[in-house]
Write a protein that binds this ligand. Structure first.
Ligand code: HEC
Length: 119
C-alpha cells in the first residue's frame, strides 16, 4: 500500500520536473493566432482543443480530420505538441492545418503551459 502511494506521488511529480517551465499567461497571448481556428468549447475550422495535452491525435468527436492526422498514431504529449506547433507540415505531412508554425522555443513552452490549463 505504501508502495502504491509513493508510486502515485512520483507519477505526479516526474512530468513537472522533466519539462521546461512555460508561462501560461504569456502562452495565452501566444495562442492568439490559433484562435482563428481553435477554441476549447467546440469544433471550428480546427478541432476543439480542450484537454489536448495527453490526447490521442485525430480523435476529437465530431471533427472531420485529414487521414494523415487520424492515422499518425501520435499522442499529444508535450514533445509531440511542440514539434507540431513548430512545424505542422514537417511533423505530419499531408495534414490540413494551414499554419506556418511558431519557431520561438520560449513561446512554444509558454503555449504548452497554457494548453495544459485547458484540461
Ligand atoms: C487556419 C486555421 C488554423 C490555425 C491558425 C491553427 N490551426 Fe491547429 N488545426 C487546424 C486544423 C484544420 C486542424 C486539423 C488538421 C487535420 O485534420 O489534418 C488542426 C489541428 C490541430 C491540432 C491537433 C488536434 C487533434 O485533435 O489531434 C492541434 C494540437 C492544433 N491544431 C493546435 C494549434 C495551435 C496551438 C495553433 C496556434 C499556434 C493552431 N493549431 C493554429 C487549423 C488551424
Amino acid at each position: 500500500m505504501r508502495h502504491m502511494i509513493l508510486g502515485a506521488a512520483l507519477a505526479l511529480l516526474l512530468p513537472v520536473a522533466a519539462q521546461a517551465e512555460g508561462d501560461a499567461a504569456a502562452g495565452e497571448k501566444a495562442f492568439a493566432p490559433c484562435k482563428a481556428c481553435h477554441n476549447f468549447e467546440k469544433n471550428g475550422v480546427g478541432p476543439d482543443l480542450k484537454g489536448i495535452v495527453g490526447r490521442k491525435a485525430g480523435t476529437y468527436e465530431g471533427y472531420n480530420y485529414s487521414a494523415a492526422l487520424k492515422n499518425s498514431g501520435l499522442t499529444w504529449d508535450e514533445a509531440n505538441l511542440k514539434e507540431w506547433i513548430k512545424d505542422p507540415k514537417a511533423k505530419v505531412p499531408g495534414n490540413k492545418m494551414v499554419f506556418p508554425g511558431i519557431k520561438d522555443d520560449k513561446k512554444l513552452d509558454d503555449l504548452i503551459a497554457y494548453l495544459k490549463t485547458k484540461g
